[in-house]
Design a protein around this ligand. Structure first.
Ligand code: RNT
Ligand code: ZN
Length: 415
């Protein structure tokens, strides 16, 4: 047992926190890691795919994955440097098709067999997302809310097909599959009708969610605006919260890049937990807009983790990540962002929550303030090191060399 850990855990014991217990609990919290950081949300349908839907990956760091083999090799490399329990989050645009290529409305489980084999061999679960963007059938920025029946029915068929694929993942991997519907639908300028698109979206969702499927956890992801769709978003937070509240089994996924800048998802978590059994999250880092920067160990990430831990909601809050930065090494981006989410959870696990709550209830706000601040300079890093050791993954300061080598020998050979 290393002495840094021993002295650090004594410091935590003195405030009533068991660091060994924190380490073992952290190892059990799954993080769903999005595949799309590996290739700037390009997908595997075509190397020329153009990202649409009001989201953007900026930068041109060399070595982005161009196919299934490269993407999974990169994901493996990242996972080797990330401690703890992992899942992989796929988009429908990552189907692995050969000569039997079909359009998105005709996708079948067989187009994802390669992913199931991959997940089985790595012992991880799969989460899933129908892909309602980067496709010719997105007409004028609209999919499930389109006034054009041909467009709307195409995307309804896509949603139905994707839920069946999600059920296939759940069945094959013996773990739930979170199936998340995010659509870009909105308008650049002041609408003439805000209601009709929402009613069409509601009807489309009803058709998509009609089938009962085992193992699938359904959710809908709201948003405030997208690039080019600044004035109106059909799938707003109120729309989807209302939808979820009236459709048991469908949950509202909260992405912390999808709200007005002073609105905090950390504050919304407890409100949602009052009413919903599950709360799926996309943890990201918005910089001035929904920019999907790599997650840092910043105040809001910590506060999100604190809400999950102190409300004993690790089984109810499904933690997924959603960032895509093409300006730094993409494999490193996965490692940095995921480790930061885990650090935030560890930070939260190392807090004396009952004592803090008692201070609040007993109006001891001065003491509460002091303890909240002093927790920040506790020897957190020593516990994190011990966690990395226990998980047999490198500590901070010891993993970038592996990325650098991978960059030189693998990524830079891709051109
Ligand atoms: C877009 C949403 C959505 C996407 C991914 C690629 O604003 O956050 O989750 O980022 O589906
Ligand atoms: Zn998201």
């Amino acid at each position: 047992m290393n002495t840094n850990f021993q002295s650090a855990s004594q410091r935590y014991a003195a405030i009533g926190v068991d660091a060994t217990d924190a380490i073992s609990r952290l190892g059990e919290i799954p993080i769903s890691i999005h595949c799309w950081q590996g290739d700037d949300v390009t997908g595997l349908e075509s190397p020329d795919a153009v990202l649409s839907g009001g989201i953007q990956a900026t930068g041109d760091y060399p070595g982005k994955a161009r196919n299934f083999e490269e993407l999974t090799a990169d994901f493996d490399k990242a996972c080797s440097l990330i401690p703890g329990k992992k899942r992989i989050n796929l988009h429908a645009s990552y189907s692995v098709m050969g000569d039997d290529a079909v359009d998105r409305d005709a996708l079948e489980p067989k187009h994802f067999e390669a992913w199931v084999d991959y997940a089985k061999s790595r012992g991880i679960g799969i989460d899933f997302n129908p892909t309602f963007f980067s496709h010719a059938m997105v007409k004028d920025g609209l999919t499930l809310s389109s006034p054009d029946d041909e467009v709307r029915s195409f995307w309804i068929r896509h949603g139905i097909a994707c839920r069946r694929i999600a059920a296939y993942f759940a069945q094959e991997l013996q773990t739930h599959c979170l199936c998340n519907v995010w659509i870009p639908d909105g308008l650049k300028d002041v609408p003439a009708d805000r209601l009709a698109p929402r009613l069409r979206l509601r009807d489309s969702l009803d058709q998509i969610f009609d089938e009962d499927l085992d193992g699938v956890i359904d959710c809908v992801e709201s948003k405030v605006f997208g690039i080019g769709l600044e004035a109106y978003t059909v799938g707003s937070n109120e729309f989807y919260t209302g939808y979820a509240a009236t459709h048991p089994g469908v949950y509202n996924l909260m992405d912390n890049g999808h709200y007005h800048p002073t609105e905090m998802v950390s504050d919304k978590i407890s409100a949602m937990l009052c009413y919903f059994e599950k709360l799926p999250l996309h943890v990201t880092r918005p910089v001035r807009w929904d920019s999907d920067h790599v997650v840092r160990l910043d105040d809001e990430t910590k506060e999100i983790a604190i809400e999950i831990i102190r409300n004993d909601a690790t089984d109810r809050v499904l933690i997924g990540l959603d960032f895509f930065d093409a300006s730094i090494n993409r494999v490193a981006a996965w490692v940095i962002g995921t480790r930061n989410m885990q650090k935030a959870l560890l930070y939260a696990l190392l807090m004396p929550h009952q004592e803090l709550a008692a201070m609040q209830d007993e109006y001891r706000f001065t003491e509460l303030f002091i303890l909240q601040e002093e927790l920040k300079t506790m020897p957190f890093g020593d516990i994190w090191d011990a966690y990395c050791d226990a998980q047999q993954t490198p500590r901070d300061g010891q993993w970038y060399a592996a990325i650098k080598e991978y960059e030189q020998t693998v990524l830079c050979e891709r051109n």
